[in-house]
Design a protein around this ligand. Structure first.
Ligand SMILES: [Zn+2]
Ligand SMILES: [Zn+2]
Length: 151
């Protein structure tokens, strides 16, 4: 099946990869979706919907928290983003490069673990448990982050 990308929105033209990501996942590239995805992506972090709301507020952008929640859920449903469950609110990351996660049980901060760095550990887990992990991001390790360990 061949599809042609939608006509570039002025905003979309500035971030072609992100608008293409929305389009590939079957989402209409609305300015507000693109803006939220861009902020999430630019943060390089996994953000809760309240934290993403804070980013929008910090930039003086109008938003409504319920819609931000819904947008993040939509992103997760279609696979543009993924949700990580830790203590406190769910945090969302952009699903560009597949990765595993660590979650701080104290502050809830989510960090990435590169798939390549964890290959041996993942193989060992399969050996010990018989569980075959998915291609991407199956590992979720809970602990205390470097910052919280110093307290
Ligand atoms: Zn992630
Ligand atoms: Zn922490």
């Amino acid at each position: 099946m061949t599809m042609t990308p939608p006509p570039a929105h002025q905003d979309a033209a500035a971030t072609p990869e992100l608008s293409l990501q929305l389009w590939r996942h079957g989402l209409r590239c609305t300015p507000s979706r693109l803006c939220r995805l861009r902020l999430l992506s630019a943060s390089g972090e996994h953000l809760s919907s309240a934290e993403l709301g804070g980013e929008l507020r910090g930039r003086g952008l109008p938003f409504d928290q319920a819609t931000v929640c819904r947008t993040l859920e939509t992103f997760t449903d279609v696979g543009v983003a993924h949700a990580v469950h830790g203590p406190g609110p769910k945090r969302y990351g952009v699903s560009s490069e597949p990765h595993h996660h660590t979650v701080c049980e104290e502050c809830g901060r989510v960090r990435d673990l590169a798939i390549d760095h964890m290959r041996i550990a993942v193989e060992r887990i399969t050996e010990l448990s018989g569980v075959r992990t998915g291609a991407a991001g199956s590992l979720l390790l809970y602990g205390r982050c470097a910052h919280c360990s110093q307290k």
